[in-house]
Design a protein around this ligand. Structure first.
Ligand code: ADP
Ligand code: MG
Length: 191
């Protein structure tokens, strides 16, 4: 079982959006996936309650070891909690204030494998593009600003829902993110 924590010191940076879409990518790849919503706002649980997701979102942590290939924790934007997950994905916006906030609090997770994800990059804005490219050159992953993400969530779905029109580019970038996050370390070393 692989576990991923989606955590950031900032709110509104796409933790829930990435948790649900990465889970959908796992499901589409034939994996048994579970999302655990640990944010008191319970946004992921709210989406699950619309009953259109093909996987389960649990409130809190499971009481027994779940029978899943992948468990994704949607964590609250706080540092005084246990930051669960063997890998931690840290979403942030392409903004200097987000970069500083993340750099200040990242010591809380540095004993783990940490991946930064610059989310909702508005490629029409030169300042965002330049910052995102700098972060990319330092190893961060990038997800573009696309209205399809909020459109899907607003109807209880992810971009992997086949009824959703115009979601191909979003699906592909989430699949790329999924492959990087869950890349088998041993397979990579054997390549
Ligand atoms: N890549 C993206 N492109 C466009 N909008 C996004 C993207 N990621 C998230 N959003 C929007 O940003 C807002 C905050 O996202 P959310 O996942 O709730 O963040 P968090 O869980 O960190 O508070 C939501 O309205 C969501 O639809
Ligand atoms: Mg959230």
């Amino acid at each position: 079982m692989k576990t991923l924590g989606i955590w950031s010191p900032k709110g509104g940076v796409g933790k829930t959006t990435l948790a649900l879409n990465l889970a959908a990518a796992a499901y589409a790849s034939g994996k048994k996936v579970l999302v655990c919503d640990l944010d008191p706002q319970m946004s992921a649980v709210d989406v699950f309650n619309d009953k259109k997701l093909p996987f389960t979102v649990l409130k809190g942590t499971p009481t027994i070891k779940p029978r899943a290939d992948i468990v994704i924790y949607d964590l609250p934007p706080r540092t005084d909690i246990e930051i669960l997950g063997e890998t931690i994905l840290v979403p942030l916006r392409a903004s200097i204030l987000d970069i500083r906030a993340v750099n200040k609090s990242i010591r809380h997770v540095l004993h783990k494998r940490v991946l930064k994800c610059v989310n909702a990059v508005d490629v029409r804005r030169q300042d965002e593009r330049l910052l995102a490219m700098r972060m990319y050159s330092e190893g961060a992953l990038l997800i573009k600003d696309r209205s399809i993400y909020s459109r899907a969530i607003s109807i209880g779905k992810t971009v992997f829902d086949l009824d959703l029109y115009g979601a191909n580019d979003a699906r592909n970038e989430i699949l790329r993110l999924y492959q990087t996050v869950f890349a088998d370390q041993e397979e990579l070393l054997n390549e």
